[in-house]
Design a protein around this ligand. Structure first.
Ligand code: TGC
Ligand code: FAD
Length: 402
C-alpha cells in the first residue's frame, strides 16, 4: 500500500517552480515598495492576527488591541496624503486588504471603514478645520469612525433614505436610524448621510452627542470578529461645523466613498480564498483515503485547479483595477464587476474548501468555515451581488433596471 510519503515523493518530481497561490506571478510584477508593504502586513497578520482571531470569532468580539499596531504600520487612511497618513498607492492599499483578509474579513472591514468610508470623505469633502481635527487622530487609531448609509427598510436603495436633518439656526437636528453599521458600537464619530431640504448631505456625528445611540447587533453568524451596530438619532443637534461642506447634494458623495471601499474588497477577498486553498493543499496531501492521499484523486485535483483558476483571475482583475486607479482611470462600473467577481469566487472557494475538509470543515480548527461565514457578509455589503450585476447591466444597455 502506498503511503503519504510515497505520494509526496511522486509529487515532488512533478513539482514546478510556480507558487500555488500566485500562479501568474502577480507578486513579481509589484514594485519593491509594494512588496515591502505586503510583507510587513503579512508579518503583522501572522504574528498578531492569526494567533487570536479564532478566539475573537468564537467570542463575537472585535480585537481592539490590534488597532495601535495597524496604525503603526500606516494602515489607517493609507492612501491619503498629509494629516499623518502614509500616502501609499492604490495597489499597496489593495495588498494591505488582501493580507488583512487572509487573517479575517473583520480586520479588513475595520480598516476599510476607517480608511475608505470615514477618513476618505473627511479628506475629500471636509473643511480644513475638520481635516485637522479628525484625520491625524484617526490615522493613529485614537479616533475610530463608522459610516452610516444603510437604513433598516432597505440598504440597496439608499436614495430612499428616511433619516433627515433640519436646519435650526446655525445647527442641524438629526432624526432617524441606520442599520448594519460596521464599527458603530466602538466608534468615536460617524459619517452619517441624511436627507435635508436641499437633498442628501453628509454629517459628522460625534460620540456623546445627546440623542445618539449605537447598540451592538449581537448573535451574528458572520463577521463575528467585527463590531456591527445600529445608529439611532433622536433630535441629535449637529453643529454646522460638522457638516461636510464639499459634498455635492445627493448620493454622489456617499457612492464615491463606496467605490473606494469596494476597491479594497476586491483585493481583500483574494486573501480569504488563498487562506482556504493553502490549508486545503496541506490537508488533501496528508489525508489518506482509499489507500492514497485525497490530493491524488482526479475529482479533488479538478476542484483544487478550479480554486487556483478563480484566485488567479481575481488577482489579475484586482491588479489591473489597481493600476487603473493609480493612473486615475478607474470607473465605478469596473469596481462593481471586480467586487462581484472576486466575492463570488472567494465565497465559492471557501464553501468548497469546507466541503473538502469533510467533518473537519465545520470545525473552527480550520479556516474555511470562518472565511465562508464572513464572506456571506462581504458578498452582501457594499452592494449585493445583484446590485453590482444590475450596475453592469445598466452600463451595457443604458437601461436602469434597479
Ligand atoms: P445613481 O443615479 O446611479 O447615482 C447617483 C449619482 O452618483 C454617481 N455614482 C457614483 N459615483 C461614484 N461612485 C459610484 N459607485 C457611483 N455610482 C453612481 C452617479 O453618476 C450619479 O451622479 P450624478 O452626477 O448623475 O448625480 O443612483 P441610484 O439611486 O440609481 O443608485 C444606484 C445604486 C443602486 C447602484 C446605488 O444606490 C447603490 O450602489 N446601492 C447599493 C448600496 C450600497 O452599496 N450600500 C453600501 C453601504 S456601506 C457598507 O456596506 C459598508 S460595509 C463595510 C465593511 O465593513 O467593509
Ligand atoms: P436589501 O436592500 O433589502 O436587499 C434584499 C435582497 O434584495 C438582496 O438579495 C438584494 O440583492 C435584492 N435586491 C435589491 N434590489 C433589487 C432589485 N432591484 N432587483 C432584484 N433584487 C434586488 N451599511 C452601511 O451603511 N455601513 C456599514 O458600515 C455597513 N456594514 C455592514 C456590515 C455587515 C456585517 C452587513 C451584513 C451589512 C453592512 N452594511 C453596512 C449594510 C449593507 O450595505 C447592506 O446590508 C446591503 O447594502 C444590502 O442592503 P439590505 O441588507 O437592506 O438588503
Amino acid at each position: 500500500m502506498s503511503t503519504a510519503a510515497d505520494f509526496a515523493a511522486t509529487r515532488k518530481g512533478a513539482r514546478t517552480h510556480l507558487d500555488a497561490l500566485d500562479l501568474y506571478g502577480v507578486r513579481a510584477s509589484l514594485s519593491d515598495e509594494e512588496r515591502m508593504v505586503q510583507d510587513s502586513v503579512a508579518r503583522f497578520v501572522d504574528d498578531r492576527v492569526l494567533p487570536v482571531i479564532r478566539k475573537h470569532f468564537e467570542e463575537h468580539s472585535f480585537p481592539r488591541d490590534l488597532v495601535p499596531g495597524l496604525a503603526e504600520l500606516g494602515l489607517l487612511g493609507s492612501s491619503l496624503e498629509g494629516y499623518g497618513c502614509a500616502g501609499m498607492n492604490a495597489v499597496s492599499y489593495g495588498l494591505i486588504c488582501q493580507e488583512l483578509e487572509r487573517g479575517d474579513s473583520g480586520i479588513r472591514s475595520f480598516v476599510s471603514v476607517q480608511s475608505s468610508l470615514c477618513m476618505y470623505p473627511i479628506h475629500a469633502y471636509g473643511s480644513d478645520e475638520q481635516k485637522e481635527r479628525f484625520l491625524p487622530r484617526m490615522a493613529t487609531g485614537e479616533l475610530i469612525g463608522c459610516f452610516g448609509l444603510t437604513e433598516p427598510h432597505g440598504g440597496s436603495d439608499p436614495g430612499n433614505m428616511k433619516t433627515h436633518a433640519k436646519r435650526r439656526g446655525r445647527d442641524w437636528v438629526l432624526n432617524g436610524s441606520k442599520m448594519w453599521i460596521t464599527n458603530a458600537p466602538i466608534a468615536d464619530l460617524a459619517i452619517v448621510w441624511a436627507r435635508t431640504d436641499e437633498g442628501i448631505r453628509g454629517f459628522i456625528v460625534e460620540k456623546g452627542m445627546r440623542g445618539l445611540a449605537a447598540p451592538e447587533i449581537e448573535r451574528k453568524f458572520s463577521l463575528r470578529a467585527s463590531a456591527t451596530g445600529a445608529l439611532y438619532f433622536e433630535d441629535v443637534v449637529v453643529p454646522e461645523a460638522n457638516v461636510l461642506p464639499g459634498t455635492t447634494i445627493g448620493l454622489k458623495a456617499p457612492l464615491s466613498c463606496l467605490t473606494q471601499a469596494r476597491y479594497g474588497i476586491t483585493w481583500g477577498v483574494i486573501g480569504a480564498a488563498q487562506a482556504c486553498l493553502a490549508q486545503l493543499l496541506d490537508y488533501t496531501q496528508t489525508r489518506i483515503l482509499f489507500g492514497r492521499p485525497l490530493a491524488a484523486n482526479q475529482a479533488i485535483q479538478i476542484r483544487l485547479a478550479e480554486m487556483a483558476r478563480g484566485i488567479t483571475g481575481a488577482q489579475l482583475l484586482a491588479l489591473q483595477l489597481g493600476r487603473l486607479k493609480d493612473q486615475g482611470r478607474m470607473h465605478p462600473t469596473q469596481v462593481s464587476l471586480a467586487k462581484w467577481n472576486n466575492c463570488r469566487i472567494a465565497l465559492d472557494i471557501a464553501r468548497d474548501a469546507r466541503d473538502m475538509l469533510g467533518g473537519s470543515g465545520i470545525s473552527a480548527e480550520y479556516v474555511p468555515i470562518r472565511h465562508a461565514l464572513n464572506l456571506e457578509s462581504v458578498i452582501t455589503y457594499e452592494g449585493t451581488e445583484t446590485i453590482h450585476q444590475l450596475t453592469i447591466g445598466r452600463e451595457l444597455t443604458g437601461i436602469n433596471a434597479f
